[in-house]
Design a protein around this ligand. Sequence first.
Ligand SMILES: Cc1ncc(C[n+]2csc(CCOP(=O)(O)OP(=O)(O)O)c2C)c(N)n1
Length: 332
Amino acid sequence: MAQDQANEPARIFDMFRKMLLIRAFEEAAGENFFAGNVRGSVHQYIGEEAIAVGICANLRDDDLLTSYHRGHGHSIAKGADPRAMMLELFGRVGGTSGGKGGSMHIADFSVGMLGANGVIADGCTISVGAAQAIKLLKQDKIIVNFIGDGGINRGPFMEALNWAKVYELPVLFVCENNQIAATTTTKTVTAGDGIAARAESYGIPAVTIDGNDLLLVDRTAAKLISEIRGGGGPRLMQAMTYRLRGHFAHDKALYRAEGEAEAALEHEPVRRAEAWLLEQGISESEITNAKEEAEARIAQYVEDAHNAPWPDLKAAFTDVQDVGAPVPGAGQ
Ligand SMILES: Cc1ncc(C[n+]2csc(CCOP(=O)(O)OP(=O)(O)O)c2C)c(N)n1
């Protein structure tokens, strides 16, 4: 393993703190959706946190990332400011996109987060375009594209795999396989031998791992990313996981077998990372403090979001591509 063994518990504890921050953010996003403070939709990442955190721990600040509709965790893991993200969800000034993007459009170019995306699989082609630019500009960086298991059945995924391999681009595709696409069991609508086999049929090396095992995600990401940095071309990681909540905050997930979600709690990533840390000698009180700290930070951001101003109405006419139309009341 590339990391210094002696520092391993401290390093994993830092990653664990990030997982707690994501979980607290997601809990608050759901609560504030139901309270009517967050408009649009909220897709919580609860139960999948180890993947974003384990991957992003192996990225550099200037590496890039694209995400999909379940993107809060990826953004926080890459270093986006969760306070600005909460303001974004509330639609306020100070949000990552000035309050105009909302939950499914978090982007923060300053940390290489090129954007979440509500259009299934469209992040794949954006990633490959960015990877092509990296290669043309001879930059020493890579891009990670997160995608759900349902997304692999859309054309852009196939197009992106093909392009990435033809040009041997520095991209890591990470398929977060929570086994359900909205309300459909993905394997019932997927031809062939699955996601890894699909990547391999394009000549892209692929691995399948337990995505709820933070240490394993970290180790596997370190290996794949170093291969990509070394000029090895694209790689795919299929990370098996389980979303502990409904597809979006207001989905009661009635399509699940009775007891399934409760049984999945046994294998959920926060609990498993916590057990490992306790075995390594991190104390119960250190763990409790970390949880309280994450919750307090997010509670503060929710309060900040309530107090932040709404965007000026004129802001609806900025940051849009068609700049030809006059802005009412803007004196143009
Ligand atoms: C092009 C397109 N088709 C359909 C939808 C509607 N839709 C939103 S989420 C979703 C399922 C996505 O499942 P998956 O990719 O497995 O991600 P998950 O929600 O499980 O994380 C669908 C079909 C969409 N957003 N975009």
